[in-house]
Write a protein that binds this ligand. Structure first.
Ligand code: CA
Length: 233
């Protein structure tokens, strides 16, 4: 979380414990550098979306380059799901993602998925070859179709999002969404106004439901002339 830059992200590394951390750290560092250089201060949300895409593409190059130099990290990758807010508002933001870390908008008791998992099973579902009910339990459920660290990265998805003052924005890794269904997440978010309490409760719930993977959560609530945020990992 970089509240000063109005920039928030999760990155979920893979490819062995150490290499995965290298990949996710490179993605976050590249995002930081990109927004240091030209992200701050703009009120153009479309420009922010382009900056997020540029940062993701640059991170992809850096991860590949590092793998070429350091064989121990070859084949590492990371997801990246990031939002950036314009200088003049918290009621809209740019969202970009690669991989299966998700963004949700929670509004008046309803949870809405804002991202599309870049997974093999999701592509099969969209092509009509796999029933959505089978996707979560499928043996290939964790196989990503897009990830930072691929020589042929098939695009970074970006969009702009509108928010209302009491909405919540949730960024999370698949450690949350493979353990909890959307109803569980909705119940937690409805249960308390405090974002730190909610973030901790989401992670606790994921661990109670199996906790097979580590979990990162960023929760944001835009307020008209103030912004509070909370997170847990
Ligand atoms: Ca994960």
């Amino acid at each position: 979380m970089r509240p000063g830059r109005r920039l928030f992200a999760v990155a979920d590394g893979m490819g062995g414990h150490v290499a995965g951390e290298v990949a996710s750290a490179l993605a976050i560092a590249t995002l930081d550098e990109t927004f240091d250089a030209d992200g701050a201060g703009t009120d153009d949300t479309d420009a922010l979306a382009r900056n997020l895409v540029d940062a993701a593409l640059r991170a992809n190059e850096r991860i590949l380059e590092r793998g070429r130099r350091d064989p121990a990290t070859r084949g590492m990758g990371t997801t990246l799901t990031a939002v950036a807010f314009p200088a003049d508002s918290y009621l809209e933001c740019a969202l970009a993602h690669v991989g299966d870390s998700r963004a949700y908008r929670y509004r008046r008791g309803r949870l809405e998925l804002l991202t599309r998992d870049h997974t093999w099973v999701q592509e099969e579902v969209e092509a009509g070859r796999l029933d959505p009910s089978e996707a979560k339990r499928h043996p290939y459920a964790n196989v990503l179709s897009r990830v930072l660290g691929l020589p042929q990265l098939d695009g970074v998805e970006a969009r702009t999002i509108r928010l209302e003052p009491r909405d919540l924005l949730l960024l999370c890794t698949d450690g949350l969404t493979t353990m909890l269904d959307e109803e569980d997440i909705t119940d937690v978010l409805a249960g308390d106004d405090d974002l730190y309490v909610c973030a901790a409760a989401l992670i606790d719930a994921a661990n109670t439901h199996g906790g097979n993977d580590n979990v990162s959560v960023v929760l944001l609530r835009p307020l008209p002339d103030d912004a509070r945020s909370g997170s847990g990992t």
